[in-house]
Design a protein around this ligand. Sequence first.
Ligand code: ADP
Ligand code: MG
Length: 177
Amino acid sequence: MTPSTVQWQVTTHGPDQAIALGRCIGQAIQTNLFIALSGDLGAGKTTFTKGLVAGMGIPAPVTSPTFTLINDYETERGLQARRLVHVDVYRLETASTAELDGIGFSDLMDDLEAPDTPGLLVLVVEWADRLGPLLPQHRLDVISAPHADDPDARLVTLRAWGLTAESLLQHSQKAWR
Ligand code: ADP
Ligand code: MG
């Protein structure tokens, strides 16, 4: 059964607002979550992730995972631990299961679905559309597109799949502004 969806569209005017949007969502996350980022090079996927990491209270400078493929950010371990793993699958040949196993992605998916793992895990994937059938059904999609009139504006479409992501999105939308 396909999970239910809720959608929210926001225009961000400049990178600061893109970071603020990520922060707004990062602050509202309360359960493990998969976030699928899409949009062309320069759309703002990494910029948005900077905000997510900050919003989750992880004090780390975020850099692009284009070459490292996976960047791992976390607070200190413990009950309140929060971890964000930032993956970029752009450079993978096929994003096949074997290739994803090789970069540790499959283990991360298992961790995400392990209900009794302490702390919070958020898996953020740039170019997530390349995952094909490996894309989880329950997730938050963040689709960034250029704006016709302003080179520093992006139309961001946030689409929640499933109840957890839906309630996160509704909560974030109320908190925005
Ligand atoms: P991606 O990861 O999608 O390739 P980046 O986040 O690395 O994109 O780059 C986006 C670039 O566009 C950055 O240089 C950022 O400063 C700039 N930018 C300008 N306006 C925006 C906006 N509204 N949202 C996101 N990035 C923006
Ligand atoms: Mg990027």
